[in-house]
Ligand binder design. Sequence first.
Ligand SMILES: NC(=O)c1ccc[n+]([C@@H]2O[C@H](COP(=O)([O-])OP(=O)(O)OC[C@H]3O[C@@H](n4cnc5c(N)ncnc54)[C@H](O)[C@@H]3O)[C@@H](O)[C@H]2O)c1
Length: 403
Amino acid sequence: MRVAVIGQGYVGLTISMGAVRADHHVVGIDLSEKLVRDLSSGKSHIEGISDSDISGALGSGRYRPSADYGSLGESELIVIAVPTPLDGGGKPDLEILESAAKAVGKSLKNRVLIVNESTSHPGTLRNLIRPLIEAASPLDHMYAISPERVDPGNEKFGTRNTPRIVGGLTDEARDRAIEFYRSFCDEVVSASLAEVAEAAKLLENTFRFINIGLVNEFTQIMNEMGIPADEVIAAARTKPYGFMPFHPNVGIGGHCIPVDPIYLQAKAKELGLESRYIALSEEINDEMPSYVVDRLISLYGDLKGKKVQVFGVSYKADVADTRETPASAVLNILKSKGADVSWHDPLVKSWNGEECSPVDKGADLGLVLVAHKKLDLSGFTAPVFTINPNPKFLNWRPLLSVR
Ligand SMILES: NC(=O)c1ccc[n+]([C@@H]2O[C@H](COP(=O)([O-])OP(=O)(O)OC[C@H]3O[C@@H](n4cnc5c(N)ncnc54)[C@H](O)[C@@H]3O)[C@@H](O)[C@H]2O)c1
């Protein structure tokens, strides 16, 4: 098929490569001209897609990055994969999705299938995307939804072996979308309504959000009781059914887990409903940076004037993505305690207007927020406090599980 993928970020580029591998012809459209230049020269910007994947796709003649919506041209299927963030006030912000839908509508020449992969609340395809495209294009297009489940950095589950949910505004749209995804995914699950697929995505990420809140609270209780939380979690996970392990952390980051539950919460609010689990988990997770710094002070002592180096500022291990990272809150709190703070991350060159510092062997202590495989602390002899205990660090001390 001739496919256009709008947005060449984590989701759009992943889907573009999957489609190219399945012999589809893909135009990858992105407003960032720099990104389009990098992709055109065979450079990947995300984990899980290598430079050689991009060069191979370019070399096959079936992948063309472009910053021009005019390149939608003769496409038969359009996948939309653009950011759906929160605004400055912490509310869902669909402006980018709206502008992408309008631009798609203006550029369409034939009747096409439009599939949304961007995460949003149920009803977005029917009540926002379709009307915007219909207002710009008189043709009777087909509309489907397939929420993306990509887990950047996950070496076990990728596009092929992660089942996909597909729903459509008509049976024809859904069945055509199923046919497309079956060409590069082992399992495609059909949903009776587009809204079922949209809501399933929000349920999946809200489930994680709430369980992380639960384990963060549970860990604080264990710490007070002098019981090693990590061992409790490992013991509980030996139950073969009805339990799934989650691990305490410094807070939630990334483009999905902290954001998607808020889309559900906002919708519930519109309906006059409460979403108490979401509100409570948000509160617990937001408090974790303070809790982590308090633990650090209780284990190490006063931080005033101490040189503290923070390791791993992205939102999770082995990815460079710093969106919504709780590291910013940790750095601010450390500074407010009088610490002299620097940060080092082998995957993040610059962040928050600062360049990554080299590992500071003269620091008084290290704080590992995210333990990337590439993090090399050899020669760093000061005490290292870590969220996730890791024997590869010299002098490491667990912060969130008593010993
Ligand atoms: N990152 C993940 O792990 C993940 C997983 C599942 C679902 N999602 C969802 O997928 C969607 C996309 O997320 P992402 O992580 O790929 O975002 P991203 O920021 O990595 O990529 C989005 C890309 O879209 C481009 N863009 C912005 N506005 C555009 C426009 N009007 N037209 C064309 N391109 C435009 C940006 O330049 C950027 O390159 C979001 O709704 C997100 O919630 C993300």
